[in-house]
Design a protein around this ligand. Sequence first.
Ligand code: IOT
Ligand code: MG
Ligand code: MG
Length: 510
Amino acid sequence: MMAHTLPAATGFLVSARQGGDRAPGPVFATRGAHESVAEALRNQTFDAVLVHSGSPGDAVARAGDTALVLAGELYNREELLTLLPSGSDAGTDAQLVLALLGVYDLHAFRLLNGRFAAAAALGDRVLLATDHAGSVPLYTLPAPGRVLAATEIKALVPATAGTPPAGRPVADARRVRRVPGVHQVPAGTVLDLDVRTGTAVPSRTWAPALSRRVLSEADATDAVRRTLERAVKARTGGTTPLVVLSGGIDSSGVAALAAAHTDGPLDTLSMGTDTADEFAEARVVATHLGSSHREITVPTADLLGQLPYAVWASESVDPDIIEYLLPLTALYRALDDPARRILTGYGADIPLAGMHREDRLPQLDTAVAFDMATFDGLNEMTPVLSGIQGHWSTHPYWDRDVLDLLVPLEAGLKRRYGRDKWVLREAMSALLPQETVTRPKLGVHEGSGTTSSFSLLLMDAGVPDADVHRAKSLVVKEIFDRVVVEGLPPGLVSTADAVHQVAARLKETE
Ligand code: IOT
Ligand code: MG
Ligand code: MG
């Protein structure tokens, strides 16, 4: 495939309807040009607004009575092409998915390894699909005669104003806080909607393994290296990627594999604050790989002030997740380069239980099972985080093949010889300095001082120690209500105001 920095589209708002009014105006946090597309099908009109990077036509496909839009990209194109007759019109990812729909109907989505959200219209049906991990969030507002869907909640909010379309309940789908009728399409799911009635039937297209595999040390480490290498290679898109590098094993592993597939030096970037950083550890890796390395220091006051941007981009109300995403939001916003393709080490700690610092195998496997059962709806992988600055981010550890390998590894391969994430460390040991391979886990929220600075901000406002976590949750919800539900620009919403409101509210209810 050609080298592409960004996918053809990075977001969309679609309206499929039997007749009647036009789609609502588009509102996205994702930066990019907008393009309107209208497809008149036999039984419905399918309108879309795409957030695109220059070739919006590549994100749309039409054949006969079927139309499809795709935000994001596929990572197993070669494999998928073998399923189609040679000479099939499948030059773009959207065309490829459309062609597979013609053969497999909605089961086509079970075949895809990618980072995408898709909407297709055919007959009286609308199909809304997420990738296996729901890594590109997708929301829908279904009503009789009209189905709306978008990659950001805020794009659907205007349609809920005035006389809200009743908004059909959607089986198995999470409702969005304070936005009536809007549901999030679950991860690894295709919703099959009937545009006449607005009813939806969900089909799961992926689920994390519950069983555990027994492999020899050599087979496990070899498989991890090979599978991760393929995931990284598929994500470089033939360009020089930028790896956001902490100097931990996860991002350093990605950087080492990306360096091997890049002509010339790789770009790496680290962030820190005036409170804390991991600059020295990242520099060890950058020097070892010969990358072109940059460091960005964000003052802690600025970092906390950007909380509204993190919530606006991720549309997440989980305070722990927001603490992981806030330093990354600040990093991306400070990255003034033209559109970049960014690779991260995000997500490695979930299948490997890196966050839990747990050395007992039963507890470790409980953590893996719990985290793999609860990630959906947290939006921690959302491309909008870097999309607000016009960049595209992608996470090799949450490649479908990588997850299908890592999740089911028996716990003794994840914790071994007193080391956490052993199988990954061992798999990367030939590519990285020894001190990087053995470096203990440090979360981005710790290494940047985000958790402690946010706690301090609340305690300074009078929140007692024991209430800090609950107060964080309330602050995040307060900000969500401003920037997502009410649609205020994040630059007009103040972290300090939200903190003082929450502190006052907690005092009242004491
Ligand atoms: P952590 O693993 O420390 O960081 C995630 C990624 O963010 C890193 O791999 C790296 O690419 C980037 N990053 C981190 N720190 C920096 C930095 N200082 N400069 C530049 N880039 C950096 C939290 C965590 O520990 O992050 N994320 C967990 C999962 C959260 C739990 N979620 C859940 N249970 N659903 C993770 O696996 O990434
Ligand atoms: Mg990590
Ligand atoms: Mg880290």
